[in-house]
Design a protein around this ligand. Structure first.
Ligand SMILES: Nc1ncnc2c1ncn2[C@@H]1O[C@H](COP(=O)(O)OP(=O)(O)OP(=O)(O)O)[C@@H](O)[C@H]1O
Ligand SMILES: [Mg+2]
Length: 253
């Protein structure tokens, strides 16, 4: 069998050429990195869990009419997605202060925000993904004002969807990051949610205990990361009680 062409290898995933034009295969690795890859480890099983969880969230979004790049899961570690032109922004939505907003603005972690806050970071590892404003984004041509309005609307829909799903299983969605891509249909351009949605890119706290069930477990050495992600997957019904992956994730039960 001919080897697939590798398009890109990042810190958490590998992109391969897909079976049809306009498609890609996203392979989820077990590598975990934090602080712009200063901290690194291999967490056995993380890629399998993130592949499942991202499938679960993206499928749910597709079902409520929020467009995503997700087409289908192929196997334990791979999913088929639409190839998109990634907008070089990390779009962050925050419901509760934690992480960098707490540090920069001196707001105690865990302080609920008066309304969801949408932030933009310029995707550039060499610069440490600096925060940027809409002014920068428009001036440097990364996106137009209309795109930004659509991106904010998309991000807030994702926030409502994810917050609801999580609250249903006793988890508070503190914040999350998404990436947005463009898909071209001739001259017509659509914006879709791309990359991944997983505990790598969210902050998730148990409602009862405040226990962290996200990548902060790794960043702050709070315990076993795979156990935390398995707990999220188990609660969502993406894994059965014994931990073995189900054939199909249940969307609503
Ligand atoms: N549908 C898609 N089409 C094209 N590129 C995509 C798509 N979904 C995600 N990507 C890109 O694929 C890469 C995924 O790899 P990974 O998450 O490991 O990258 P990374 O190490 O976080 O680096 P970076 O995001 O800074 O490029 C990212 O660059 C992401 O922007
Ligand atoms: Mg990434």
């Amino acid at each position: 069998m001919a080897r697939r062409k590798k398009i890109y290898e990042g810190k958490a995933k590998i992109l391969y050429e897909g079976p049809e034009p306009g498609t890609l295969v996203q392979y989820f690795k077990d590598d975990a990195t934090a602080f712009n890859a200063e901290k690194k480890d291999v967490i056995e099983g993380k890629g399998v869990l993130n592949n499942r969880l991202s499938e679960y969230f993206m499928t749910g979004l597709n079902n409520i009419g929020v467009p995503t790049h997700f087409i289908k899961r192929i196997n334990m570690r791979e999913q088929l997605v639409r190839a998109v032109e990634i907008i070089p922004l990390e779009v962050v939505v925050r419901n509760v202060a934690a992480g960098s907003i707490s540090k920069r603005l001196g707001i105690d972690e865990g302080t609920p925000l008066p309304r969801p806050i949408v932030e933009f970071y310029y995707k550039d590892d060499a610069l440490g993904d600096p925060m940027v404003t809409e002014e920068h984004i428009i001036a440097f041509g990364w996106a137009a004002q209309q795109d930004l309005d659509d991106i904010v609307a998309l991000a807030l829909r994702v926030n409502d969807f994810l917050s609801g799903i999580m609250m249903g299983v006793g988890i508070k969605l503190i914040d999350f990051k998404i990436e947005i891509g463009r898909i071209w249909d001739g001259d017509y351009m659509r914006l879709v949610v791309a990359d991944e949605i997983s505990p790598d890119s969210c902050r998730l706290w148990d409602v009862q205990t405040g226990q962290k069930l996200d990548k902060d477990v790794f960043r702050r050495d709070l315990g076993n990361l795979a156990d935390a992600y398995t707990e999220v997957a188990r609660r969502l019904g993406v894994l059965p009680q014994n931990g073995a992956p189900l054939g199909k994730p249940t969307l609503i039960n």
